[in-house]
Design a protein around this ligand. Structure first.
Ligand code: UDP
Ligand code: MG
Length: 323
């Protein structure tokens, strides 16, 4: 068993790959001779797989898990964790935005007994102001809504002891909001700070629509407040409506009927129809996720494994390639 497993999800990273291996392996050599690099090819449509295959053939420490299609970073990461066998595991991005030079610092803390070492971004100056604004907003909303507090400016780049990795692997849900899952398992964490660099090559796979859905995933997986709020809202509105009803009846009895208010009637109807639709929409968000969970499909499918020994393959029978 290697001491350290590095897990890298890769989607269309043919340009970033060479630089990645050079820099990471230069650092790893100084840390431990016993390491493995688990590359998860997340259905890339460029030469990523071919290059990974060549790399794995020339270097036994590089192992490749080829997913059957693009499953998204979070699931690719889970697939990597499932295949990592090291005593310590570090997920890292292929674009070198997580500087590998932080790895020795994390390893030092791990050797001193830490089970979980988080790499925290010192600041977000390498992001655009809009990205910073939305990120801060999302963190704020999260801290209000969800129970396990998500540490700010901490991504997937972290060191996990085998015990922590096994804990993460026990969470079966299909909607993999890793930040939340990592927070949920707890464990005392040590922190090392780092500066996030600009992407080394290629381009980001995120856009604001994806980020929005990512945030929705996070909130619905870790809070039921958006569901529960509607009964209170409905109750409050009903009270107001009763009071207004009483007032209208009394007014009509005392002063008689005046010209009916078409405009106010119309706005009230439209407003409350809007509110009801939002309520139904929120239920829909949860329902669709329940549906995904209930179908209980496997999280990912592996179409090929390169560089693993036969023993390692049989350890994950659920997802192992059919013989
Ligand atoms: N990634 C992946 N599957 C995807 C999208 C991204 O495996 O569907 C990988 C990607 O190759 C990279 C990491 O996830 O190693 C982070 O992606 P990216 O740099 O696009 O995200 P950002 O750094 O902008 O958050
Ligand atoms: Mg990146």
């Amino acid at each position: 068993m290697p001491t350290l497993s590095i897990v890298v999800p890769m989607y269309n990273e043919e340009d970033a790959m060479d630089g990645f291996f050079t820099r990471v392996q230069r650092v790893l050599q100084t840390v431990t001779p016993s390491y493995e690099i688990i590359c998860v090819n997340d259905g890339s449509r460029d030469l990523t797989l071919a290059r990974l295959r060549a790399k794995a053939e020339s270097d036994p420490r590089v192992k490749v898990v080829n997913l059957s299609r693009n499953f998204g970073k979070e699931i690719a990461l889970s697939a990597g964790l499932d295949h990592a066998s090291g005593d310590a595991v570090i997920p890292i991005d292929a674009d070198l935005q997580d500087p590998p030079e932080v790895i020795p610092l994390m390893m030092a803390k791990w050797r001193a007994g830490a089970k979980l070492v988080l790499a925290k971004r010192r600041d977000r100056s390498s992001d655009s102001w809009l990205k910073r604004l939305t990120a801060n907003g999302a963190y704020w909303l999260f801290s209000k809504l969800t129970d396990p507090q998500i540490p700010q400016n901490v991504g997937d780049f972290r060191l996990m002891d085998r015990e922590v990795v096994d804990a993460v692997k026990r969470l079966p849900e299909r909607s993999r909001f890793m930040k939340g899952l990592f927070a949920w398992i707890g464990y005392e964490a040590e922190v090392v700070e780092y500066d996030r660099e600009a992407r080394s090559a290629g381009e980001t796979k995120w856009n604001y629509w994806k980020l929005w859905n990512f945030a929705l995933d996070g909130i619905t997986s870790f809070s039921s407040l958006p569901l529960r709020i509607w009964s209170y809202l409905g109750f409050g509105v009903s009270l107001l409506a009763m009071a207004y009803l009483g007032w209208t009846v009394a007014k009509t009895l005392i002063f008689g009927m005046d010209v009916p208010g078409y405009a106010s009637l119309m706005s009230v109807i439209l407003f409350f129809n809007g509110i009801s639709l939002i309520g139904i929409g929120v239920i829909g968000e949860y329902l669709s996720r329940i549906f995904t969970e209930v179908k209980a499909r496997p999280l990912y499918l592996v179409s090929e494994k390169i560089g693993f020994e036969a023993k390692a393959q049989s350890e994950t029978p659920e997802t192992a390639k059919r013989a």
